[in-house]
Design a protein around this ligand. Structure first.
Ligand code: ATP
Ligand code: ZN
Length: 224
């Protein structure tokens, strides 16, 4: 369902939302976030913002439901692998890596465990929200493992006896430490990215995207 207005999906509430809204504002997009709306119309440009859970953004792009999206590479790659495994469309255009949302996806183990390298993960059960990314990494290095899928509280899984290790997002490492864990391997370094659907769009919309990108370039460079 094509619309005249450019649709941009952003995280409604969470670690990416504030910086994402700030970036759009600095690029000259005027909007007013009020209440619990799913769609917010920009006041000065033909742009609609869709406020959704970050998990939904890759699919909205890959299905061509929205034109642009801002999403963490961790989520984007996980969903892409998951969809590809189900033979669903998983393509997108990466327009730009952004200067926020930085984190790493790491495997962590008991802080007192002896660790000499990835071979020590052989046969372990790893609790994670990112089973596809863990599988890609472990298959690449040829280490066998099993997963335990958890959508929350991943870091307590070892202590709770649900898993031997975890694979989760880390920024400072404080959460790991608080849970008696230490980082063993970094499997992905992630940032927020601006992505576009591969669905054909009008010249007007593409021109607007190009204009936004140029402004974004300026805004991000000015901060560096
Ligand atoms: P939603 O309700 O939208 O599903 P969420 O709980 O899945 O939110 P957030 O915790 O808000 O997601 O994180 C969104 C993204 O922010 C992550 O996928 C990741 O790309 C990025 N991020 C940056 N630093 C961290 C961190 N320390 N921990 C988790 N995510 C981080
Ligand atoms: Zn999420």
């Amino acid at each position: 369902m094509q619309t005249q207005r450019l649709r941009i999906a952003i995280q409604k509430k969470g670690r990416l939302s504030k910086e994402c809204q700030d970036l759009l504002k600095r690029c000259g997009v005027k909007f007013n976030m009020v209440g619990e709306r799913l769609v917010v119309h920009a006041e000065n440009m033909p742009i609609d913002l869709l406020l959704v859970r970050d998990d939904d953004i890759p699919g909205l792009i890959m299905d061509g439901v929205v034109d642009l999206g801002v999403i963490g590479e961790n989520e984007l790659e996980e969903v892409g692998l998951e969809r590809a495994a189900r033979n669903e469309a998983s393509d997108y255009i990466k327009l730009r890596r952004l200067d926020f949302g930085g984190c790493r996806l790491s495997i962590a183990i008991d802080k007192d465990a002896d660790y000499n390298g990835p071979q020590d993960l052989n046969g372990k059960r790893i609790a994670t929200t990112y089973p596809q990314l863990v599988k890609r990494y472990m298959d690449d290095i040829g280490v066998k493992f099993t997963t335990c899928m958890l959508n929350g509280s991943v870091e307590v899984a070892p202590r709770a006896g649900l898993a031997d290790a975890i694979c989760d997002l880390v920024s400072t490492g404080a959460t790991l430490e608080a849970n008696g864990l230490k980082e063993a391997e970094v499997i992905l370094r992630s940032k927020a990215v601006l992505i576009q659907s591969t669905t054909a769009i009008s010249n007007d919309k593409q021109a607007l995207i190009d204009r936004l990108l140029t402004r974004m370039q300026g805004v991000i460079q000015a901060k560096e």
